[in-house]
Ligand binder design. Structure first.
Ligand code: URA
Length: 424
């Protein structure tokens, strides 16, 4: 087998054979296929696509590049969720303890953020003492004891995806449905969960900007799950505005704690409950209402135990930024739009995200919205707070927000949050 033949085949829009797929993934993982060759193949896949059978085989080859985790019997049904990534998307933080409080076990193996979408581990690392890396034994013990774990993926889980994702990120090959779907599903199947709920984001702040593309991604992932014996449901949800008011690591932890105590912004509560319902349905738990459990604050003690089990102090004060500045309204009117991408890029430039994998993030950096769509504002009224430890970053953040906060004279409403569901 020669890698150039595989690249030629996809460049010329042919199907890749099972043998070609198995070989190229294994050889790339071993280091026998060079990054530039894999980048070329990824670009050919992005441009010419793969059919359902190719995607399924590609996913299996990525699973086979590492180990399938065996969490054993943790005494409850295992069910997980994955979001395709968005701005202010802190839902995993309240969701995992909520679903555990309702009787299932959530093994949430997460990543760090890159670009304008934040990473769950970066958010939790703003909690003093919290540790992301756990051994397989620690994960299984915490699931049996508390029912929820949010931690870093283990190095042995789909290592082909780890390499390929980093390569795609710097070669303009992220936005390919076959590559995104196989990347996400290989990790989730290898994690050994028995049910999976996907939150597929649509809109300016998401990878998928149009509903048609998001639906195709959702259907592709649900089909891969079905083909690999993993019960999978996908919700299509709006990402044209940030989720909640807080965007940035410690700011999002604080908002998640509000939600776990029975408060918090309505959109964060609604999405947390909608995803919890789907997860509980896949876990066969039908006699508990997650909306009531969340509103009662019963999930909060699970959060405290989950954080403490990983060395974190859930009662410690969260870091605060050295500089806080306002963005104010340039006219009076009604807030008609809050562009998710603009706010996400602003938070990222303030230090909440990283440009390169090796960069550090600022725990306290980010943006805090003070208004919502449909609210009337006066000229000069503060709309958004910018939080950062590096004052020089503020100008770039303000530039990213140019035109992001739209004020009109007409009444305005938020776009519908829950757009559709795709079930197997
Ligand atoms: N998240 C992933 O894990 N992989 C992708 O390709 C895109 C988003």
């Amino acid at each position: 087998m020669h890698v150039v033949d595989v690249i030629h085949a996809k460049r010329d829009s042919h199907r890749l054979t099972d043998e070609q797929i198995d070989w190229v993934i294994a050889a790339y993982t071993r280091g026998d296929v060079a990054d530039e060759q894999m980048a070329s193949l990824a670009m050919a896949i992005l441009l010419n696509g793969m059919d359902a059978a190719e995607i399924s085989r590609w996913t299996q080859a990525m699973i086979d590049s590492g180990e399938v985790l065996s969490l054993g019997d943790v005494g409850r049904p295992l069910v997980d969720k994955h979001s395709t990534g968005g701005v202010g998307d802190k839902i995993t933080l309240p969701l995992a303890p909520l679903v555990a409080a309702c009787g299932a076990a959530v093994p949430q193996l997460s990543g760090r953020g890159l670009g304008h979408t934040g990473g769950t581990l970066d958010k939790l690392e703003s909690i003093p003492g919290w540790r992301a890396s756990l051994s397989l034994e620690e994960i299984a013990a915490q699931l049996a004891d508390i029912g929820a774990v949010i931690c870093a993926t283990t190095p042995t889980l789909a290592p082909a995806d780890r390499k390929l994702y980093a390569l795609r990120d710097v070669t303009g090959t992220v936005e390919s449905i076959p590559l995104i779907a196989s990347s996400i599903m290989s990790k989730k199947i290898a994690e050994g969960t028995s049910g999976l709920v996907l939150d597929v984001k649509v809109g300016s702040g998401a990878f998928m900007k149009s509903l048609d593309r998001a639906r195709e991604l959702a259907e592709t992932m649900v089909a891969i799950g079905g083909g690999h014996g993993l019960a999978t449901t996908a919700l299509l949800t709006d990402m044209s505005v940030p989720l909640g008011r807080a965007v940035g690591n410690a700011l999002e932890v604080a908002e998640s704690v509000d939600v776990l105590r029975g408060g918090g912004p309505a959109d964060v509560v609604d999405l947390t409950v909608a995803l919890a319902r789907e997860m509980l349905a896949l876990a066969g738990i039908t006699d508990v209402d997650p909306a009531k459990v969340l509103a009662s604050g019963e999930a909060y003690p699970v959060w405290e135990r989950m954080i403490a089990a990983q060395g974190g102090d859930p009662t410690a004060a969260l870091p605060t930024a050295k500089h806080v500045e306002n963005v104010v309204a340039d006219r009076s009117g009604v807030i008609a739009g809050i562009d998710a991408l603009g706010v996400g890029v602003a938070a990222w430039r303030l230090g909440a995200g990283r440009a390169r994998k090796e960069d550090a993030v600022q725990a306290a950096a980010g943006a805090l919205l003070l208004v919502d769509i449909g609210e009337s504002v006066e000229a000069g009224q503060p709309l958004l707070e910018l939080h950062t430890d590096t004052q020089d970053a503020v100008a770039g953040a303000r530039a990213a927000l140019e035109g992001a906060l739209l004020i009109t004279d007409e009444p305005a409403e938020r776009a519908q949050l829950l757009i559709d569901a795709v079930r197997s």
